[in-house]
Every structure is written in C-alpha cells, then in structure tokens.
Design a protein around this ligand. Structure first.
Ligand code: 7TS
Length: 418
C-alpha cells in the first residue's frame, strides 16, 4: 500500500470502509473460541498493518536519536519525525507545523496548556469554563491550576439528553472567562458538541478556547483554522496509531507567549547558570527525547486515514449506531445514557440492575470487548445517577456482525440474571 498524504487530494477516496477490516490484524482472532467483536474503540483503537509496519521498519533500520546527530540514522529518524509533524499539520489543517507539538497524548496536551498558559496568565477572580461532560483529564488539570492561581472553575450543565445547556453557557460566559475548555465529542455519551458556536461566543468575550478532540479525530475531518480554536488536543492511540504519542495544536501567537512546561534537553537554545534561553516552537515544548517511533506511527495512521472518505466513515458509524441503538432499546430494562441529536458511534447503557462490570465480563466470554465503569467521567455518572455504564464504541472497521454478537451477548446476560 502506498502512503498518500492529505495534500495529494485528487485520488479517489475509499468509501467502502467495512472492506478495510482486512487491514486490521487484531480483529482476525478468536477470544474464548468466538470471533472478536472489538467495540472498545473509544478507549483505544486497533492498528492497521500499515501502521504496524511503519513503526517496525523504523525500529529495524532507522532508529537513532533525533535533531542531534550528523550521522545517517539520526538524519533518517529526524526526517521521519519531522515528516510526521507535517502530516499532522495537514491532517488538521493547521497553518504552520510549528503549531504542532508532540506530547504523550490528550492528557499531557491539556496539562501543558493548563500549566503553561494557566499558571502564567490566570489570576484571582478569573474564570475557567469547562462542562459537566468533560473527561477527568479536562477537569483535574484546571482544578489544580485554579487552586494555585485563585481563578474560579465554572461548569456548564448538561441536559437529560446529554447535550450541553447552551443557554446556561451563554449566562456563564463573561468578561471574567479567560479559558473555555470543552470536549469536542464526549467519550461517555457520544455527544458532538456545537464547538464552532462555542468558540465564536467565547472569542466575543475575549476568552481562549481549548478543545479536547480525543474522541473526534478518528471520526470526523478536523480543520483547526475553520474552527478557529486556540488549542486542540488529541491522542494517537484513539486514531489507529501507537500509544504514548499525542498532539497539542496551538495558535503560534499564543504558544510563543507561553513559558516552557518542562525543562531539559532540546527545549533550550543556550544554558548558563546565569540565564537559559529557550528554543523556538515547537521544540520549546518538547523537552527530552520524544516518542520517535510513536510519532512515525501517527504519521502512518494519518497516511492510512487520508485514503478514506471521512463522510463514509461517519455514515458507516452512524448506521452501526442506529442499528445497535434500536436493538438495544428493545431489550428489557435497557436505558441508554446519552441521546444527543448529534452523536458519534458511542452507546453507553445500563441493563436493569445488572452491574456494568458483570455485563462486560459476560460479553467478554462471548468475544465482545466493551468498556465498563465511569469512563473517567464521574460527573456524568453523578448527573444520570448511575454508578457506571457499559459502553460499546464503533470504528470504521466494525460491522453489523459485531453488533449482532454484542446484542446476542446482552441476551445471554439477561438470561443469566433472569
Ligand atoms: N479526553 C477524552 C474525551 C477521552 O475520551 C480520553 C480518554 C482522554 C481525554 C484522555 O486521553 P489519553 O489518551 O490522554 O488517556 N478516554 C478513554 C475512554 O473513554 N476509555 O478509556 C480512555
């Protein structure tokens, strides 16, 4: 398979996405003697052979530290790493590759902004606005920073459908709001938030906007310039790339003004005991040896995704969601948590008073992988008065057989508990 980048856009994009299942080796195995139905994509997605090969080829032939060697391997590794940065830039349509900072993932990207921007710019009386549907990684960093700066953390409530209460958002937003940090797509509810509207309103009050894109990037085309968000955070492992690599996009003018997050090698220009000067973007924020093969794997995942029609991915996942939702709704005692008008392929639910972990354990015996628990969104569980949910989440390579196996597993669960 040839690597084709997003910029080579005259090629015909693949729209028969289910046929791509053959590209994903992990899907072709049996679990407890049953075919694997992998429905835990919101936690982490599976890798195409293409991505596995890119990482493996790099590790076999081209590994060396980057930016520091004049020798051939170091040059190859540096070119591949910086090439991956350019692929990320094109993938989210950032204006400049200096705006792409490699991190360990969404969590580190948000912590970087909270610590660097938050600690240097927030003061007592300022407000940071998040929502009730944030993942803990977009709650706790802001709590830490608000505690240290005296800023106040405000929260946008959600509705019974699992949508943001936009009227409440309008009322909460004020000249005191300095940062609005919002999830683009909720991992526990599947809700796609109206982020463009939120960004425009926040900007009109002078606030900056960070979007947590962890659950968006594998399911929809992201254009950070069109969105006009100030920061966009995401993880490689939820978009068919390795773990331990992620991205923070930030507007150059903002990143340039922000102090370093961590100190060490690579992020400096000169070091003396009197004064240290910092490197230019993006290196100022990439202290130490990075996850080189991870970045290369992320670049390969982007090459892979660039061949696929994102509209076809969205249509396919919507079809699976509707198919699964209608069958799940027919099961006695089922309650779906998260019924937003605009959703990605995330189906969170409870089944009578059967504990979510029991559902997950029985589904596993049937070869079906789902996530159970609070999904690192304890405020959502509190809002819906449930201790935990079971969650099926789809990727482009899932099909209706996966859903049938999932629903069959739930019928078995109901029989066992009847
Ligand atoms: N934000 C959202 C919306 C997420 O879904 C996750 C991980 C994160 C942030 C953190 O990403 P990380 O890569 O830095 O860990 N969500 C999940 C999940 O739903 N199940 O397992 C991890």
């Amino acid at each position: 398979m040839n690597a084709i980048t997003a910029s080579q856009s005259n090629i015909k994009l693949i729209s028969d996405v289910a046929s791509l299942r053959a590209d994903i080796p992990a899907l072709h195995q049996k679990i407890w003697g049953k075919p694997l139905a992998y429905l835990d994509n919101a936690a982490s997605s599976q890798r195409p052979q293409f991505v596995i090969d890119a990482v493996s080829n790099h590790e076999k032939r081209n590994h060396a530290n980057i930016h520091r060697g004049v020798h051939k391997l170091s040059q190859r590794a540096t070119n591949a790493y910086e090439g991956a940065r350019e692929k990320v830039r094109a993938f989210i349509n950032a204006g400049n590759s200096r705006e792409i900072i490699f991190t360990r993932g969404t969590t580190e990207s948000i912590n970087l902004v909270a610590h660097s921007l938050g600690l240097s710019q927030l003061k007592s009386g300022d407000e940071v606005l998040i929502s009730w549907m944030e993942h803990h990684s977009n709650i706790v960093p802001w709590q830490l920073i608000c505690e240290r700066t005296g800023a106040n953390l405000r929260t946008i409530p959600i509705t019974d459908r699992g949508e943001l209460d936009l009227e409440a958002f309008n009322q909460l937003l004020s000249e005191r709001t300095k940062i609005v940090a919002i999830v683009h797509v909720s991992n526990a509810l599947g809700t796609i938030n109206p982020v463009k509207e939120i960004i425009d309103k926040a900007h009109s009050k002078g606030a900056m906007v960070l979007l947590d894109g962890a659950q968006a990037v594998a399911h929809m085309r992201i254009d950070v310039q069109e969105l006009d968000c100030d920061f966009y955070a995401f993880s490689g492992h939820k978009m068919f790339a390795p773990t331990g690599i992620g991205v923070l996009y930030g507007k150059k003018v903002l990143l340039e003004d922000m102090p370093p997050y961590q100190g060490g090698g690579e992020m400096i220009l000169t070091v003396t005991f009197k004064k240290t000067t910092y490197n230019t973007l993006p290196y100022k924020f990439e202290a130490g040896t990075p996850h080189i093969s991870g970045a290369i794997g992320l670049g390969a995942a982007i090459d892979y995704l660039s061949r696929i029609d994102f509209n076809a991915i969205a249509k396919h996942e919507r079809d699976l969601l509707e198919y699964a939702t209608s069958q799940l709704s027919d099961l006695p005692g089922s309650r779906i948590i998260g019924n937003a008008h605009k959703k990605t392929g995330v189906l969170s639910f409870i089944l009578g008073d059967i504990h979510a972990h029991d559902i997950g354990t029985i589904l596993d015996q049937e070869g079906v992988a789902v996530r159970t628990g609070h999904h690192c969104t304890m405020p959502i569980m509190e809002f819906f008065s449930v201790p935990a949910t079971a969650r099926a989440s789809f990727a482009f390579y899932n099909n209706r057989n996966d859903v049938d196996q999932f629903i069959g597993g739930l019928r078995t669960t109901l029989e066992i508990f009847s």
